[in-house]
Design a binder for this molecule. Sequence first.
Ligand SMILES: CC(C)(COP(=O)(O)OP(=O)(O)OC[C@H]1O[C@@H](n2cnc3c(N)ncnc32)[C@H](O)[C@@H]1OP(=O)(O)O)[C@@H](O)C(=O)NCCC(=O)NCCS
Length: 270
Amino acid sequence: MGFLKKTGVALTATAVSCLWLNRQGELEQTLQSIKRDVSAIQERDPAAANMVEALTCYSGLHAIIMHRVAHQLHRQGLPVVPRIISQINRFVTGIEIHPAARIGEGFFIDHGAGVVVGETTEVGDNVTIYQGVTLGGTGKETGKRHPTLKNNVTIGAGAKVLGSVTVGENAKIGAGSIVIQNVPDNSTVVGNPGRPVRERGRKVGAADVDWTHLPDPVADAMQSLVRRVVEMENEFKAAFPEKREAIEKAQKEGERELDKVFDYYHGTGI
Ligand SMILES: CC(C)(COP(=O)(O)OP(=O)(O)OC[C@H]1O[C@@H](n2cnc3c(N)ncnc32)[C@H](O)[C@@H]1OP(=O)(O)O)[C@@H](O)C(=O)NCCC(=O)NCCS
Protein backbone atom coordinates (compact mmCIF):
# COMPACT_ATOMS: atom_id res chain seq x y z
CA MET A 1 0.00 0.00 0.00
CA GLY A 2 1.32 3.45 -0.92
CA PHE A 3 2.36 6.08 1.60
CA LEU A 4 -0.77 8.21 1.03
CA LYS A 5 -3.09 5.24 1.44
CA LYS A 6 -1.32 4.18 4.65
CA THR A 7 -1.55 7.72 6.06
CA GLY A 8 -5.23 7.90 5.05
CA VAL A 9 -6.04 4.65 6.86
CA ALA A 10 -4.20 5.78 10.01
CA LEU A 11 -5.83 9.23 10.04
CA THR A 12 -9.32 7.80 9.46
CA ALA A 13 -8.91 5.21 12.24
CA THR A 14 -7.60 7.88 14.65
CA ALA A 15 -10.33 10.39 13.75
CA VAL A 16 -13.18 7.87 14.19
CA SER A 17 -11.73 6.78 17.53
CA CYS A 18 -11.41 10.42 18.66
CA LEU A 19 -15.10 10.96 17.87
CA TRP A 20 -15.92 7.97 20.06
CA LEU A 21 -13.67 9.23 22.89
CA ASN A 22 -15.26 12.68 22.63
CA ARG A 23 -18.67 11.12 23.24
CA GLN A 24 -17.28 9.31 26.28
CA GLY A 25 -15.70 12.54 27.63
CA GLU A 26 -12.16 11.07 27.49
CA LEU A 27 -10.81 13.11 24.60
CA GLU A 28 -9.52 16.05 26.64
CA GLN A 29 -7.22 13.92 28.82
CA THR A 30 -5.86 12.14 25.73
CA LEU A 31 -5.16 15.47 23.99
CA GLN A 32 -3.32 16.77 27.09
CA SER A 33 -1.00 13.73 27.05
CA ILE A 34 -0.36 14.16 23.31
CA LYS A 35 0.54 17.83 23.90
CA ARG A 36 3.22 16.72 26.42
CA ASP A 37 4.54 14.17 23.89
CA VAL A 38 4.98 16.95 21.31
CA SER A 39 6.86 19.17 23.79
CA ALA A 40 9.06 16.18 24.75
CA ILE A 41 10.36 16.03 21.17
CA GLN A 42 11.18 19.73 21.16
CA GLU A 43 12.90 19.46 24.57
CA ARG A 44 14.95 16.34 23.79
CA ASP A 45 15.76 16.41 20.06
CA PRO A 46 17.88 19.36 18.92
CA ALA A 47 16.97 18.40 15.33
CA ALA A 48 13.29 19.28 15.85
CA ALA A 49 13.11 22.83 14.51
CA ASN A 50 9.50 23.58 15.39
CA MET A 51 6.15 22.08 16.34
CA VAL A 52 5.03 21.56 12.70
CA GLU A 53 8.16 19.50 12.07
CA ALA A 54 7.56 17.51 15.27
CA LEU A 55 3.96 16.79 14.26
CA THR A 56 4.70 15.81 10.67
CA CYS A 57 8.14 14.18 10.62
CA TYR A 58 8.35 11.99 13.76
CA SER A 59 6.91 8.49 13.32
CA GLY A 60 7.54 7.94 17.06
CA LEU A 61 5.03 10.73 17.75
CA HIS A 62 2.50 9.29 15.29
CA ALA A 63 2.84 5.95 17.05
CA ILE A 64 2.27 7.36 20.54
CA ILE A 65 -0.74 9.41 19.34
CA MET A 66 -2.37 6.27 17.92
CA HIS A 67 -1.42 4.35 21.06
CA ARG A 68 -2.98 6.94 23.40
CA VAL A 69 -6.25 6.68 21.47
CA ALA A 70 -6.13 2.84 21.37
CA HIS A 71 -5.28 2.72 25.11
CA GLN A 72 -8.30 4.84 26.07
CA LEU A 73 -10.59 2.63 23.97
CA HIS A 74 -9.00 -0.44 25.61
CA ARG A 75 -9.60 1.04 29.08
CA GLN A 76 -13.26 1.46 28.22
CA GLY A 77 -13.47 -2.24 27.45
CA LEU A 78 -14.08 -1.87 23.70
CA PRO A 79 -13.20 -5.26 22.18
CA VAL A 80 -10.91 -5.83 19.13
CA VAL A 81 -10.89 -2.19 17.90
CA PRO A 82 -7.88 -1.16 20.08
CA ARG A 83 -5.87 -4.13 18.74
CA ILE A 84 -6.82 -3.18 15.16
CA ILE A 85 -5.62 0.40 15.75
CA SER A 86 -2.39 -1.00 17.23
CA GLN A 87 -1.88 -3.12 14.09
CA ILE A 88 -2.56 -0.13 11.80
CA ASN A 89 -0.01 1.73 13.94
CA ARG A 90 2.60 -1.01 13.39
CA PHE A 91 1.81 -1.08 9.66
CA VAL A 92 2.22 2.69 9.29
CA THR A 93 5.07 3.48 11.70
CA GLY A 94 6.86 0.15 12.23
CA ILE A 95 6.23 0.55 15.96
CA GLU A 96 4.09 -2.01 17.79
CA ILE A 97 2.59 -1.01 21.14
CA HIS A 98 0.00 -3.21 22.79
CA PRO A 99 -3.10 -1.11 23.64
CA ALA A 100 -2.93 -2.24 27.29
CA ALA A 101 0.61 -0.86 27.80
CA ARG A 102 0.53 2.03 30.31
CA ILE A 103 2.68 4.92 29.15
CA GLY A 104 3.34 8.11 31.16
CA GLU A 105 3.56 11.72 29.96
CA GLY A 106 6.30 13.04 27.68
CA PHE A 107 7.17 9.71 26.01
CA PHE A 108 9.62 10.11 23.11
CA ILE A 109 10.43 7.33 20.62
CA ASP A 110 13.28 8.67 18.47
CA HIS A 111 13.51 7.30 14.89
CA GLY A 112 11.06 4.60 15.83
CA ALA A 113 11.27 1.67 13.44
CA GLY A 114 11.37 -1.78 15.03
CA VAL A 115 10.15 -0.78 18.49
CA VAL A 116 7.98 -3.30 20.36
CA VAL A 117 6.18 -2.52 23.64
CA GLY A 118 4.45 -5.48 25.31
CA GLU A 119 1.05 -5.72 26.94
CA THR A 120 1.97 -5.40 30.63
CA THR A 121 4.66 -2.77 30.15
CA GLU A 122 4.48 0.28 32.43
CA VAL A 123 6.37 3.44 31.50
CA GLY A 124 6.84 6.46 33.79
CA ASP A 125 7.06 10.12 32.74
CA ASN A 126 9.71 11.65 30.43
CA VAL A 127 11.06 8.38 29.10
CA THR A 128 13.06 8.27 25.83
CA ILE A 129 13.63 5.17 23.71
CA TYR A 130 15.39 4.78 20.37
CA GLN A 131 14.78 2.61 17.31
CA GLY A 132 14.87 -1.14 17.71
CA VAL A 133 14.07 -1.17 21.43
CA THR A 134 12.04 -4.11 22.72
CA LEU A 135 10.18 -3.94 26.01
CA GLY A 136 9.18 -7.57 25.88
CA GLY A 137 8.64 -10.81 27.77
CA THR A 138 11.12 -13.64 28.29
CA GLY A 139 8.48 -16.18 27.24
CA LYS A 140 8.72 -17.83 30.69
CA GLU A 141 6.46 -15.57 32.75
CA THR A 142 2.69 -15.14 32.94
CA GLY A 143 0.66 -12.19 34.27
CA LYS A 144 2.96 -9.13 34.60
CA ARG A 145 5.68 -10.25 32.18
CA HIS A 146 6.99 -7.03 30.63
CA PRO A 147 9.25 -4.31 32.08
CA THR A 148 8.41 -1.32 34.27
CA LEU A 149 10.38 1.83 33.42
CA LYS A 150 10.42 4.57 36.06
CA ASN A 151 10.60 8.31 35.29
CA ASN A 152 13.36 9.80 33.08
CA VAL A 153 14.71 6.48 31.78
CA THR A 154 16.64 6.46 28.46
CA ILE A 155 17.04 3.27 26.42
CA GLY A 156 19.60 3.26 23.59
CA ALA A 157 19.09 1.95 20.06
CA GLY A 158 18.44 -1.77 19.72
CA ALA A 159 18.42 -2.50 23.46
CA LYS A 160 16.16 -5.27 24.74
CA VAL A 161 14.64 -5.14 28.21
CA LEU A 162 12.99 -8.47 28.89
CA GLY A 163 10.72 -9.81 31.60
CA SER A 164 9.00 -8.23 34.57
CA VAL A 165 12.06 -6.18 35.57
CA THR A 166 12.13 -2.61 36.89
CA VAL A 167 14.43 0.03 35.41
CA GLY A 168 14.94 2.68 38.11
CA GLU A 169 14.52 6.45 37.83
CA ASN A 170 17.04 8.31 35.63
CA ALA A 171 18.63 5.02 34.53
CA LYS A 172 20.27 4.65 31.09
CA ILE A 173 20.48 1.44 29.08
CA GLY A 174 23.30 1.47 26.51
CA ALA A 175 22.64 0.82 22.81
CA GLY A 176 22.44 -2.88 21.99
CA SER A 177 22.24 -4.06 25.62
CA ILE A 178 20.12 -6.94 26.83
CA VAL A 179 18.68 -6.39 30.29
CA ILE A 180 16.97 -9.20 32.20
CA GLN A 181 17.51 -7.94 35.78
CA ASN A 182 16.35 -4.92 37.76
CA VAL A 183 18.34 -1.72 37.17
CA PRO A 184 18.79 0.60 40.21
CA ASP A 185 17.94 4.32 40.10
CA ASN A 186 20.57 6.63 38.52
CA SER A 187 22.53 3.75 36.96
CA THR A 188 23.88 3.02 33.47
CA VAL A 189 23.82 -0.55 32.22
CA VAL A 190 25.56 -1.80 29.05
CA GLY A 191 26.29 -5.08 27.25
CA ASN A 192 24.84 -8.56 27.09
CA PRO A 193 23.95 -9.52 29.73
CA GLY A 194 23.55 -5.92 30.91
CA ARG A 195 26.11 -4.94 33.55
CA PRO A 196 26.24 -1.64 35.42
CA VAL A 197 29.04 0.75 34.39
CA ARG A 198 27.66 3.54 36.55
CA GLU A 199 25.72 3.23 39.81
CA ARG A 200 24.04 6.17 41.51
CA GLY A 201 25.96 8.47 39.16
CA ARG A 202 29.41 6.96 40.00
CA LYS A 203 31.62 4.93 37.68
CA VAL A 204 31.62 1.27 38.78
CA GLY A 205 35.08 -0.12 39.61
CA ALA A 206 36.74 3.32 39.71
CA ALA A 207 38.60 4.32 42.90
CA ASP A 208 36.52 6.42 45.32
CA VAL A 209 38.55 9.60 45.74
CA ASP A 210 35.93 11.59 47.68
CA TRP A 211 38.01 12.04 50.88
CA THR A 212 36.09 15.11 52.06
CA HIS A 213 32.80 13.31 52.76
CA LEU A 214 33.80 10.46 55.08
CA PRO A 215 31.03 8.85 57.15
CA ASP A 216 30.62 10.28 60.69
CA PRO A 217 28.52 7.89 62.84
CA VAL A 218 28.56 10.20 65.91
CA ALA A 219 27.17 13.16 63.94
CA ASP A 220 24.61 10.89 62.26
CA ALA A 221 23.42 9.54 65.64
CA MET A 222 23.15 13.08 67.08
CA GLN A 223 21.19 14.32 64.08
CA SER A 224 18.81 11.39 64.39
CA LEU A 225 18.29 12.11 68.13
CA VAL A 226 17.66 15.81 67.50
CA ARG A 227 15.15 14.95 64.74
CA ARG A 228 13.27 12.66 67.11
CA VAL A 229 13.22 15.23 69.91
CA VAL A 230 11.86 17.90 67.53
CA GLU A 231 9.17 15.48 66.31
CA MET A 232 8.16 14.81 69.93
CA GLU A 233 8.12 18.53 70.73
CA ASN A 234 5.86 19.16 67.74
CA GLU A 235 3.49 16.38 68.81
CA PHE A 236 3.51 17.79 72.35
CA LYS A 237 2.64 21.26 71.01
CA ALA A 238 -0.27 19.84 69.04
CA ALA A 239 -1.55 17.86 72.05
CA PHE A 240 -1.15 20.71 74.60
CA PRO A 241 -1.76 24.06 72.86
CA GLU A 242 -1.43 25.93 76.21
CA LYS A 243 2.28 24.88 76.34
CA ARG A 244 2.99 25.95 72.77
CA GLU A 245 4.57 29.30 73.63
CA ALA A 246 6.91 27.85 76.28
CA ILE A 247 8.04 25.04 73.98
CA GLU A 248 8.73 27.43 71.07
CA LYS A 249 10.80 29.67 73.37
CA ALA A 250 12.89 26.71 74.52
CA GLN A 251 13.32 25.54 70.93
CA LYS A 252 14.58 28.94 69.83
CA GLU A 253 17.10 29.14 72.68
CA GLY A 254 18.39 25.60 72.01
CA GLU A 255 18.69 26.14 68.25
CA ARG A 256 21.76 28.38 68.43
CA GLU A 257 23.67 25.90 70.62
CA LEU A 258 22.71 22.99 68.37
CA ASP A 259 23.92 24.89 65.29
CA LYS A 260 27.34 25.24 66.95
CA VAL A 261 27.52 21.49 67.61
CA PHE A 262 26.56 20.62 64.01
CA ASP A 263 28.98 23.17 62.59
CA TYR A 264 31.71 21.47 64.63
CA TYR A 265 30.80 18.02 63.32
CA HIS A 266 30.65 19.34 59.75
CA GLY A 267 34.24 20.52 60.07
CA THR A 268 33.92 24.24 60.91
CA GLY A 269 36.78 25.45 63.10
CA ILE A 270 38.83 22.26 62.90
C1 LIG B 1 25.68 3.85 27.73
C2 LIG B 1 25.77 5.31 27.25
C3 LIG B 1 24.46 6.02 27.65
C4 LIG B 1 26.96 6.03 27.87
O1 LIG B 1 26.87 6.08 29.27
P1 LIG B 1 28.07 6.60 30.20
O2 LIG B 1 27.68 6.42 31.61
O3 LIG B 1 28.50 7.96 29.74
O4 LIG B 1 29.18 5.54 29.89
P2 LIG B 1 30.69 5.73 29.34
O5 LIG B 1 30.65 6.33 27.97
O6 LIG B 1 31.51 6.39 30.43
O7 LIG B 1 31.13 4.22 29.19
C5 LIG B 1 31.34 3.37 30.30
C6 LIG B 1 31.78 2.01 29.78
O8 LIG B 1 30.71 1.38 29.06
C7 LIG B 1 31.10 1.08 27.71
N1 LIG B 1 29.93 1.32 26.87
C8 LIG B 1 29.29 2.51 26.68
N2 LIG B 1 28.22 2.32 25.90
C9 LIG B 1 28.18 0.99 25.60
C10 LIG B 1 27.29 0.18 24.84
N3 LIG B 1 26.22 0.70 24.24
N4 LIG B 1 27.52 -1.15 24.77
C11 LIG B 1 28.60 -1.70 25.39
N5 LIG B 1 29.48 -0.98 26.13
C12 LIG B 1 29.27 0.34 26.23
C13 LIG B 1 32.27 2.03 27.44
O9 LIG B 1 33.12 1.52 26.46
C14 LIG B 1 32.94 2.08 28.80
O10 LIG B 1 33.68 0.89 29.00
P3 LIG B 1 35.06 0.91 29.87
O11 LIG B 1 34.69 1.42 31.24
O12 LIG B 1 35.49 -0.53 29.85
O13 LIG B 1 35.95 1.83 29.12
C15 LIG B 1 26.00 5.41 25.72
O14 LIG B 1 27.24 4.79 25.39
C16 LIG B 1 24.87 4.76 24.88
O15 LIG B 1 24.90 3.58 24.56
N6 LIG B 1 23.90 5.62 24.53
C17 LIG B 1 22.78 5.27 23.65
C18 LIG B 1 22.84 6.17 22.42
C19 LIG B 1 21.91 5.73 21.32
O16 LIG B 1 21.24 4.72 21.35
N7 LIG B 1 21.84 6.54 20.31
C20 LIG B 1 21.01 6.31 19.17
C21 LIG B 1 21.08 7.49 18.27
S1 LIG B 1 20.25 7.19 16.79
